[in-house]
Design a protein around this ligand. Structure first.
Ligand SMILES: Cc1ncc(C[n+]2csc(CCOP(=O)(O)OP(=O)(O)O)c2C)c(N)n1
Length: 283
């Protein structure tokens, strides 16, 4: 397994751009869940930096033509955090920004869990363990059709408690799907407990290597590490890539960070200003 060391990589020119984008994603998520009075805010904050690099630099997509046949495919398997992807898609111009105001509301445009009825979303998820089987199918279809686009699947550690995920892991290795990249938002906290108390997956990286994937471990909040590895996939020709991105659930809101209780939560009115200010974002 490759462990990228921070000091080996120079700080990317895009660092500030990523930081600004991630801050705006977090800020949208805090506001959306506050307005909707519901949502999985800790989960969204956890993956914001990964999404910022993916959508700023890595994914070849066209907001003005979301179904462009040559586009890279991105699937969010942890569909409960879908508001973070909605925020990204609105910022990138896939749909009007005002839609964000209707998140989790009756008759609103944006549902609590991610939906493929929204431009830029490939697949609806919410039941854990569904993202990777679909992503693996897309990767095989692309190979068979001789296409060069890539498939990216952002998953949670909770996704890896599901049998369907492990079937897809074996399937992808068997078919040598090196056009497939999984990123695990490895915050080690699930709905009601920490991984060590629910289902421990360590040694996680070794398991995936044994399942014939190319594996890499990074800091999932370090833009340079994220950019570096995502720019180089596939890491090994003929193998799917598994990126174990260590993250902090609730990242950037002090009192939420690394707590189990931040999973299914919104930030209430009396904490809203403080939370947004803490991000360094605009009120
Ligand atoms: C098959 C299935 N079982 C249970 C749930 C309920 N549930 C929602 S999120 C979650 C776990 C959250 O932890 P994790 O998946 O690691 O995501 P995180 O928010 O920490 O990134 C669970 C058990 C579900 N969505 N799907």
């Amino acid at each position: 397994m490759e462990r990228i060391k921070n000091e080996e990589i120079r700080q990317s020119d895009s660092y500030l751009k990523y930081q600004e984008f991630a801050t705006s994603i977090r800020s949208h998520c805090i506001r959306m869940t506050n307005r909707g009075r519901s949502g999985h805010v800790g989960s969204m904050l956890s993956m914001a930096d990964l999404l910022a690099v993916l959508y700023e630099k890595i994914l070849r997509v066209k907001p003005e033509n979301p179904k462009w046949p040559e586009r890279d495919r991105f699937i969010l398997s942890k569909g409960h955090g879908g508001a973070a992807v909605y925020a990204v898609l609105a910022e990138k111009g896939f749909f009007p920004m005002e839609w964000l105001d209707t998140y989790y509301m009756d008759n609103g445009k944006l549902s609590g869990h991610i939906s493929h009825h929204i431009p830029g979303v490939e697949f609806s998820t919410g039941s854990l363990g569904h993202g990777l089987p679909v992503a693996a199918g897309m990767a095989l279809a692309a190979k068979q059709a001789g296409k060069t686009h890539k498939i990216f699947c952002l998953m949670s550690d909770g996704d890896c408690n599901e049998g369907s995920t492990w079937e897809a892991i074996m399937f992808a290795a068997q078919h040598k799907l090196d056009n497939l990249t999984v990123i695990i938002d490895y915050n080690r906290i699930q709905a009601l407990g920490k991984m060590e108390d629910v289902i421990e997956m360590e040694p996680f990286a070794k398991k995936l290597e044994d399942f014939r994937w190319a594996v890499c471990e990074i800091d999932g909040h370090n833009y340079d590490e994220i950019e570096d590895v995502l720019s180089k996939v596939p890491m090994i020709k003929g193998k799917p890539t598994w990126i174990l991105a260590r993250t902090v659930k609730g990242k950037c809101v002090d009192y939420l960070e690394n707590t189990v209780s931040c999973h299914y939560k919104y930030i209430a009115d009396d904490k809203l200003d403080e939370a947004i200010k803490g991000l360094g974002g605009q009120l």
